[in-house]
Design a protein around this ligand. Structure first.
Ligand SMILES: [Zn+2]
Length: 257
C-alpha cells in the first residue's frame, strides 16, 4: 500500500521550504537556483496592456517570466489553463497529456484542431501553444501522470495545476506536492459543476485531507465528464488563480476550499 503523506505531516512541513513570494524574489526558482530574468523590450511591448495594472506591474510580469508551472492534463480544462498562462507570459511550462485525439474531444479541447483527430494530442498542444507564445519555454510530455513520472514532472516546477480526470492521478500529484512543499491548484468539473481549490502544503488541507478515500469515478467532483463550456470557464479561473500564486498575492487565507 502506498504511503500517504498529509499536508499536516511533519515531514511535509519540513520540506515545505518554498514560500512563493520569498522564493521568487530571492531568485530561487523551482528546485534550483537560476539567474533572475528581466523583461526585454519585446516583452515590455507584448505585455503593455497588463503592466499598468495596479499591484502587478513590471515586477509581477517578471515573476511570471521566471516561474515554472506544470499543467496536467491539457484537455477541456487544462488546455484553457495552459492557454491563459501562455497569454499571461509564464516563462516555462511543463505540459503532460497522453493519447490520441478523438472526435468526441472536440467539444471542449480548445488546443486541438479537426485535422489532428487520430493523432497525438500533445502534438496539437505543442503546436498551438508555440504558435501563440513562442517566447515561452515549453517542455512537453506525451504521457499522463503516473507513479513512474510524477517525481520528474513535479520536480522541475514551482507550481502544479492539476486538471486530471482521474483521482489516481490527482492523488499522485497531491502526494508529490506535499512531499516537496510546493503549491497546487486543483481544477475539476463535473457536468455543470466546477471546483477550484488551492493547496499550500503545511498551511491548507491537501487533497487527501479533503478526500481521504478514493471517491470513485464520475461521482461528485471527481468526475470529469464534461460536454459543455463549464470546463473552459473553470479553466479560465484556474489560470487566474495560478497567476495570483506566482505574483505572491494569494496566501493560505485566500486558498478557499
Ligand atoms: Zn492533507
Amino acid at each position: 500500500m502506498a504511503m500517504v503523506l498529509k499536508c499536516g505531516d511533519r515531514r511535509a512541513k519540513r520540506l515545505s521550504s518554498v514560500d512563493m513570494s520569498a522564493s521568487m524574489d530571492g531568485m530561487t526558482v523551482g528546485q534550483g537556483k537560476q539567474e533572475w530574468k528581466s523583461l526585454d523590450p519585446g516583452e515590455l511591448d507584448r505585455y503593455a496592456w497588463q503592466l499598468d495594472i495596479e499591484g502587478f506591474g513590471v515586477r509581477g510580469q517578471e515573476r511570471l517570466k521566471n516561474a515554472s508551472v506544470l499543467v496536467t492534463r491539457c484537455g477541456g480544462l487544462g488546455g484553457v489553463v495552459a492557454y491563459e498562462l501562455a497569454a499571461a507570459g509564464i516563462g516555462r511550462m511543463v505540459v503532460a497529456h497522453g493519447g490520441q485525439l478523438k472526435s468526441s474531444d472536440m467539444n471542449r479541447q480548445l488546443l486541438m484542431s479537426d485535422e489532428m483527430v487520430g493523432k497525438s494530442r500533445m502534438e496539437s498542444i505543442v503546436r498551438r501553444l508555440r504558435q501563440f507564445n513562442s517566447r515561452m519555454e515549453l517542455i512537453p510530455y506525451d504521457v499522463n501522470v503516473s507513479g513512474e513520472n510524477v517525481e520528474e514532472l513535479v520536480g522541475q516546477v514551482d507550481l502544479v495545476v492539476d486538471c486530471a480526470p482521474l483521482f489516481e492521478e490527482r492523488y499522485l500529484l497531491n502526494r508529490e506536492v506535499v512531499r516537496r512543499g510546493i503549491p497546487m491548484v486543483e481544477c475539476a468539473v463535473y457536468e455543470m459543476e466546477a471546483v477550484l481549490t488551492c493547496i499550500l502544503p503545511g498551511k491548507t488541507p491537501c487533497l487527501r485531507c479533503l478526500y481521504p478515500e478514493f471517491p470513485g469515478h464520475r461521482t461528485g467532483i471527481s468526475g470529469f465528464w464534461c460536454g459543455i463550456r463549464q470546463s473552459g470557464i473553470d479553466g479560465g479561473h484556474g489560470g487566474h488563480q495560478d497567476i495570483g500564486w506566482i505574483r505572491g498575492t494569494i496566501d493560505e487565507s485566500d486558498a478557499a476550499l
